[in-house]
Design a binder for this molecule. Structure first.
Ligand code: CA
Length: 526
């Protein structure tokens, strides 16, 4: 606007209808919904005039804030004014100070346990019933590996299985290798080593792998097949019948190894191919929830909508998992107050304390979590991010807590402690038994997993439209007033049932976008 006088500027600004979202009546900031942000001089509905341009998804001060005054979003202090902020100012990272994290020994314990919501009867999906009682939403042959040394060989064999064998077994969805960088050069007795080991064990038991286990081992590695399956709750696995060991003397060269893997795989393809989907209650779903590339809309659109879907799932008797320790750390009081009982609350606090210690050993803290993209998307700090992220957990009582890599053993809302990194979290949720994944995003990511379908929910309509072939649900319609949180939540819930039944295919699966597994290994590498 090179030739703009004050009048034209005002006219141009007035031509845009300012759309803002205030998450809670107590809030003294609101976020800008308008695509591309709002220019200085924009007159808000309240009569407040913007003192400066405010980017899309960023915060506007709704009142004059003294230096040190609390800044409230979601009705909660997300920071303190670093400088005096006049009403109509842009509130950004430099103008806000991070509050101290809530002290773990001062959290409310089960003080606001919600009453159970009325059960939701008659919700079903079509799934594959496994011998151990779990139910798959896919019928996949998974090949477990004990060590990275065999990964390239197994990947080679999987390529051949897919081209030469899989076309003859049309009821099998996929063949995947569970490859990773663990297994040797490790200290199995070191503190923390139990995490990658039980993660690998429980990944191989994921409901979508149909309970037809097979494993490829090198022979000399630290993580022997017998160690990998050694668990009181693991069904006895005859390792000799289910393991191809590349160093065995019967294998003369690479071709022999590949033939052995393909032969063992084909026996399992025959079994898996005989299975058919049957009608199962939605209670058999284990839905993992995660966010990645969040923005300031995530906490008012995609995450609350997913929270409503989580409530519907819990009412239908399903298991719903939320995770990402650093993204609930600052909202810990909300979770502990909702813990079903003191034991569950203490387990949750134990996991947060473990993670606090893990981060401090690395001389970092939770403030390292938000990414440049989060900040560009209007999320100023981890407190704001955490309050938005926790909306995914809906409103039911916290029924249980899992350590990293542990497997779920109860229904309801479960916290599975994981890092927030998308692939590490997704891998640990698969180990927990997740058979459907829902992923909310503001900035956008083409993320997908081979082992479970990933439904992606955008926090903004602009992203959903720009990435129409990568995003499954547009929750941005909540910000523009075209749909309610509950309506989008029901849409997500119905889509979960359709995807779990194989009636609908997610965007990630349509393109075959399957990111690698990423183990969480906090123990030493030797
Ligand atoms: Ca994440």
């Amino acid at each position: 606007m090179g030739n703009a006088s004050g009048v034209t500027e005002r006219n141009e600004a007035a031509a845009v209808r300012a759309l803002l979202i205030r998450a809670n009546a107590r809030d003294n900031v609101a976020i800008v919904v308008n695509e591309g942000g709002l220019p200085a001089g924009t007159v808000l509905e309240s009569g407040l005039v913007l003192r400066e341009a405010v980017p899309e998804a960023h915060k506007v001060a709704l009142a004059d804030l003294e230096k040190g005054a609390p800044i409230l979003r979601y009705g909660t202090v997300i920071g303190y004014a670093e400088v005096p902020l006049k009403a109509g100012s842009w509130v950004h990272e430099q103008s806000m100070r991070l509050p101290a994290p809530p002290k773990l020994d001062e959290l409310p314990i089960s003080t606001e346990v919600p009453e159970p919501l009325p059960p939701l009867e008659g919700c079903t999906f079509e799934g594959y019933v496994n011998e151990d009682g779990t139910v798959g939403t896919k019928n996949i042959l998974g090949i477990t590996t004990t060590v990275q040394c065999v990964a390239a060989t197994v990947d080679y064999a999987v390529r051949r299985i897919k081209t030469e064998l899989l076309p003859r077994y049309p009821h099998v969805d996929d063949v995947i290798s569970l490859t990773h960088s663990y297994g040797c050069g490790i200290a199995l007795d070191a503190p923390g080593a139990e995490i990658p080991v039980r993660t690998l064990r429980n990944l191989s038991r994921n409901p979508n792998l149909g309970g037809a286990p097979m494993m490829v081992s090198l022979g000399c590695e630290k993580l022997q097949p017998a160690v990998l399956v050694a668990s009181p709750d693991f069904p006895v696995l005859d390792t000799s019948a289910n393991v191809v060991r590349l160093q065995d003397e019967q294998h003369h060269g690479f071709e022999d190894m590949v033939t052995a893997i393909m032969r063992m795989a084909e026996a399992r393809l025959v079994r898996l191919n005989a299975r058919r989907r049957v009608t199962r209650p939605a209670a058999d779903l284990i839905v993992g929830m995660q966010c990645g590339g969040s923005d300031a809309f995530s906490g008012v659109t995609a995450n609350p909508a997913l929270g409503h879907a989580a409530d519907l799932l819990v009412r239908a008797g399903a298991t719903v998992i939320f995770s990402e320790v650093t993204e609930v750390r600052d909202a810990a009081a909300i979770v502990t107050a909702r813990a079903a009982n003191e034991t569950v609350a203490r387990e949750f606090i134990r996991e947060l304390a473990w993670y606090d210690d893990y981060l401090s050993r690395g001389e970092t803290d939770r403030s390292a979590n938000p990414s440049p993209g989060n900040k560009k998307g209007g999320l100023t700090n981890i407190v704001e991010k955490a309050l938005g992220a926790t909306a995914k957990a809906g409103s039911t009582a916290l029924a249980g807590v899992l350590g990293p890599g542990e497997r779920v053993n109860r229904r309801g809302l479960i916290f599975a402690a994981t890092p927030a990194g998308d692939f590490v979290c997704g891998t640990l949720q698969l180990a927990a038994g997740m058979n459907v994944h829902v992923f909310t995003t503001g900035r956008g990511t083409p993320y997908g997993l081979a082992m479970a379908p990933v439904i992606k929910v955008a926090s903004r309509s602009a992203l959903a439209q720009r990435w129409s072939d990568l995003i499954d649900v547009d929750a941005g319609v909540i910000a523009t007033g075209k749909a309610s949180v509950e309506e989008v939540g029901e849409q997500i819930f119905r889509l979960i049932l359709d995807v779990a039944s194989g009636r609908k295919v997610t965007c990630a699966d349509r393109w075959g976008l399957h990111n690698d597994l990423a183990l969480f290994n906090p123990s030493p590498v030797t």
